[in-house]
Design a binder for this molecule. Structure first.
Ligand code: SAM
Length: 299
């Protein structure tokens, strides 16, 4: 666990910046264009929240942070395996997976810029393929992978697509293969329908993505309905934009980059403030879930 002293300069800078009034620009600096960030052509107010964070320099875009990713990775038989990642995004997990020396790595993302970014970042000794496709129709051969992993991507797909993506993971895996997911969850399982509706609406407004998190019971039920056995279940608080989690995820250097970008990009800073305030308002009902699922050895 990374323990950061409360008085560390990066923590204080980021906290101060995020605490300042959203309406009071602190510097008049023209917005910079970063063509390497997906959907950078969409105005800041309407851009999907995860790409706003990516443009600010945030690399970890999943709700349970790097720690939950590492927990999932430890539960997967990666060495010498054929590994498929659904929605690698900016390639953060791809790097962690490749460090485990799989036989092959295949990324599947529907975003063209993400595909280019991961292709460039993952090039090395291990055979890497990154293709642009939807995770519910990858075009990959049946029973061609030992491991599939997908983070922070099922939540942004509707119920039908969630199921289709899980079915695709099941199809692509060899018998006995493992599928790890890391997603936003609603807590507790007994959460009221009116809270679910309000939460979904607030998230859509704040992150500009139709995010539809499920409860832990619903995530597990979905996986089991497709044929998977749940072999590992983990949860974490949803603390994506809390300074302490950000330091743990991005490191002090990454945090300094984000702090600088928050300072010079007021439109993006306003978006981050809105997202963080929404996450805080709903903190009692938001969480992160990690599941390790196994395709039965005989089907
Ligand atoms: C929030 S980002 C997460 C990226 C990365 N997994 C991470 O955790 O840092 C969501 C990513 O999912 C991709 N995505 C969402 N739905 C998808 C789908 N149905 N098929 C392929 N990619 C998808 C987006 O293009 C984007 O790269």
């Amino acid at each position: 666990m990374v323990v950061v002293p409360a008085h560390h300069p990066s923590l204080i800078t980021a906290h101060l910046l995020l605490s300042m009034s959203a309406c009071r620009p602190i510097l008049k600096v023209p917005p910079m264009h970063h063509p390497t960030t997906p959907e950078a052509n969409i105005p800041a107010e309407r851009r999907p929240g995860h790409w706003v964070l990516a443009e600010l320099g945030k690399k970890v875009l999943r709700p349970g942070g790097k720690e939950l990713t590492e927990t999932l990775i430890a539960a997967l038989p990666l060495r010498g395996a054929d590994v498929v990642e659904f929605a690698p995004g900016m390639g953060m997990t791809a790097g962690l997976l490749l460090a485990q020396q799989p036989a092959t790595y295949t990324g599947v993302d529907r975003d063209e810029t993400a595909v280019k970014t991961v292709t460039a970042a993952a090039a090395g000794a291990i055979p890497v393929t990154v293709k642009q496709a939807s995770a519910d129709a990858t075009g990959l051969a049946a029973e061609s992978a030992d491991v599939v992993i997908g983070e922070a991507m099922l939540t942004m797909n509707n119920d039908k697509q969630k199921q289709a993506i899980m079915q695709e993971a099941f199809r692509v895996l060899r018998p006995g293969g493992r599928y790890a997911i890391h997603e936003l969850s609603m807590v507790p399982d007994s959460v009221d329908d009116s809270v679910k509706t309000q939460l979904t609406k607030s998230l859509a407004q704040a992150i500009r993505v139709n995010a539809r998190p499920l409860t832990h019971a619903e995530w597990k039920h979905l996986a089991e309905s497709v044929g998977f056995h749940v072999v590992g279940e983990y949860s974490k608080p949803m603390a994506l934009l809390e300074p302490r989690r950000m330091i743990a995820d991005e490191g002090l250097r990454g945090m300094a980059t984000i702090a600088k970008n928050l300072l010079t990009k007021p439109a993006l800073r306003r978006r981050v403030l809105t997202m963080r305030s929404t996450f805080r308002t709903h903190r009692d009902h938001l969480g992160a879930i990690g599941l390790v699922l196994e395709k039965p050895a005989t089907t």
